[in-house]
Design a binder for this molecule. Structure first.
Ligand code: SF4
Length: 371
């Protein structure tokens, strides 16, 4: 089941010849919160982050093996009809997006806006244009940039910071050079380079500063838990945070037959990432077996139990809202799993949710509670 099952096909919004910066695509959750499409977000009500995506009729020029926007899908479907992460991304005039947010009420609940760039020659210029209009119209709603390092130089980051971007994030996705190369580098005829991505993270640390930069990481693309958490620690040591995604085989992508991320692996990695990023833990104190699987979190059992009972590590990780830095305003509802089998919880966990997470940590493959 996808979010789209909650509203009828007639309301699905496609993106024909629409081009940024006049138009943007947005997550289904943002479209529901804005009142653009009818529907409800299971147990989340609305989203507090307006996730926008640059859009061009000719599409993304990269070819990442796991992505629904990739170039290799051109012949299969219209670009407009492709998915970024497992939910649809309808399009709207940017001016109307701003007016709807300004109108307030339920539509004014956004604590953050995020511009996701794609690999396109105009994406630097158009991201700046969207950012400038936003800062002028809605200066109280901070902006994150989910960047495309391949087309960017250091000065582009400086310009974004000067124009008012608050957080700069790099969609690194793959945590080892080998997996990066295999899924989004030369091996799949894609332009991205591991070294450029890390260089951009270093630029972001320098230009945006501690707590104001981060990286997206996808769990379950063939890396070990040790490799994954080593990357998390590296980013924390630089002053940033990691935003996690469970690998989901996007239909029509080159990795559509790859298995979805295992639940026990995902829960261990979510918990360890929280320990590193927010509970004073350290990868270097954690224990791993010969296969690189996490066997010890490097914190007292009683302390770890309290962290698990809070449920916070298992919520969607991302850029913060107004008050609590541990809680992501960007909850990306059902971006990496369906409501019947939740991997990233887009809401505060109840006791029955925490019980299911504990079963996952104990190796049981149970599905989440579904009302
Ligand atoms: S965590 Fe959310 S708000 Fe932050 S960069 Fe990623 S998609 Fe954007």
């Amino acid at each position: 089941m996808s979010l789209l099952d909650f509203f009828p096909p007639d309301y699905r919004v496609k993106t024909p010849a629409m081009r940024s910066p006049e138009y943007v695509q947005m997550s289904t959750a943002a479209a529901i919160t804005l009142g653009l499409v009818p529907g409800r977000i299971y147990r989340a009500g609305c989203t507090h982050c307006l996730n926008l995506l640059l859009t061009y009729p000719e599409g993304c020029r990269a070819n990442c093996a796991y992505c629904g926007l990739a170039r290799h899908r051109e012949e299969a479907r219209d670009y407009a009809d492709r998915n970024f992460i497992r939910v649809d991304w309808p399009a709207l005039r940017y001016r109307e997006v701003i007016e709807r947010v300004q109108a307030g009420g339920d539509r004014g609940r956004f604590e953050r806006m995020c511009i996701s760039m794609i690999s396109h020659p105009d994406s630097n210029r158009d991201t700046l244009a969207l950012l400038a209009q936003w800062v002028e119209a809605l200066p109280h709603v901070p902006v994150s940039i989910l960047s495309n390092p391949t087309t960017m130089e250091r000065d582009d980051l400086v310009r974004l910071k000067q124009a008012g971007a608050e957080i700069f994030t790099v969609a690194l996705d793959a945590v080892t050079p080998e997996i990066f190369e295999r899924t989004r580098g030369k091996a799949v005829d894609s332009p991205h380079r591991w070294s450029k991505y890390w260089q951009s993270i270093e630029w972001a640390a320098e230009i945006f500063g501690p707590e104001k930069f981060g990286a997206h990481l996808i769990c379950g693309m063939g890396e070990t838990e040790r490799e994954f958490l080593e990357a998390v620690q590296k980013i924390r040591d630089m002053g940033g945070h990691s935003h996690l995604f469970a690998f989901f085989p996007e239909q029509g992508s080159l990795m559509e037959d790859w298995p979805a991320c295992g639940k026990a692996q995902w829960r261990r990695v979510q918990l360890a990432r929280f320990v590193i990023d927010y509970a004073g833990g350290d990868f270097r104190c954690m224990a791993f077996d010969g296969a690189g699987q996490l066997t010890g979190f490097g914190v007292e059992e009683s302390e770890l139990a309290k962290i698990v009972e809070s449920g916070t590590p298992f919520r969607t990780s991302g850029c913060p809202g107004k008050d609590d830095t541990e809680i992501s305003a960007c909850n990306r509802p059902y971006g990496d799993s369906p409501p019947t089998d939740i991997l990233s919880f887009p809401f505060k966990l109840r006791l029955e949710d925490i019980d299911i997470v504990k079963q996952h940590l104990n190796g049981k493959n149970v599905k989440t509670f579904f009302e």
